[in-house]
Design a protein around this ligand. Sequence first.
Ligand code: NDP
Length: 335
Amino acid sequence: YVTGKAEESDMEVVATEEEAAVLKKVPEGSKDAVVLKNLYLSCDPYMRSRMTKHDPPSYNPDFVPGEVITGFGVSKVVDSTHPNFKVGDLVWGTTGWEEYTLITNPLILFKINHPDMPLSYYTGILGMPGFTAYVGFHEIASPKKGEYVFISAAAGAVGQLVGQFAKILGCYVVGAAGSDEKVGLLKSKFGFDDAFNYKKEPDLSLALKRCFPEGIDIYFENVGGAMLEAVLDNMRLHGRISACGMISQYNLLEPEGIRNIVQIIPKRIRMEGFIVSDHFANYRKFEETAVQYIKEGKITYVEDIAEGLEKAPSALIGLFEGKNVGKQVVVVSHG
Ligand code: NDP
């Protein structure tokens, strides 16, 4: 198990001794099982938490040291004894960080209804992170047209989409990101009204005052720590904080305290955490909306592609160093 900062060396890429023909077949007598050929893997910040030993257990099971990492991905069904999946189906959901994965009793596995879209989009805009952005903004933050919205980790998989959903609704949108390149993308590609590089701001609270002279109605929280403190100083009465993630805390041995959390009382702020998988029953409706947005050119989307399974460890660790520009995807196979 990992304590403190996760490193590339906490993961190992190994060759299997089993023959390809065996790997591609559901074992004799195994019911409701599929073998997936993995095409694209999704690097997601929550995976860091699965490297830690949890007692009591977390909502997501801990990785077992020495076993194959699991996560979200896009795959093709190459063998099946499951009534809902047939050979050749394209799917997204939980799979292994390997070339072929046997899944018995798949719990999170969606058939891809729009194979005409770039398939890697099902690791992002059309998959878990896209749905996270949608649920976290529209359902948790209760947004209204014209409201002032702030997003941290704004150029990432979730953040870039939250900003665009908020613009579609008619909000004023500002994002923070960790490089000038990302800030440029927020303003020029994703249509944010304003953006700043938080690493260059000596005082985050002042930076937010500059961007929101009248205060913030909605904070889409991806980062936590010092950014949350600065936001609390700038929230308006009856503001809402959609607590999606706090990536600045995931590598720490102890989470940081929030010095001014008391402000949520006089400002009547509602801060609500959520886990996207609780909402998967509504995923299909979102898929149709997002595909429509893409086809109409209402939304653009940026991915950061790492080629080859052997790049997966560095791609995952890169999330915690801000190396990814857009959604971090790993290509295992192009088809
Ligand atoms: P991103 O694509 O945004 O990648 C992570 C980004 O976080 C990095 O690129 C970096 O951007 C920023 N970052 C990393 N370390 C720090 C730090 N110490 N302080 C500030 N920023 C940091 O990831 P996702 O879009 O996939 O995820 C965004 C958030 O959403 C995460 O917190 C994640 O845990 C959460 N999440 C929650 C879900 C839920 O169900 N609640 C589901 C999916 C995601 P930069 O260069 O700007 O620093």
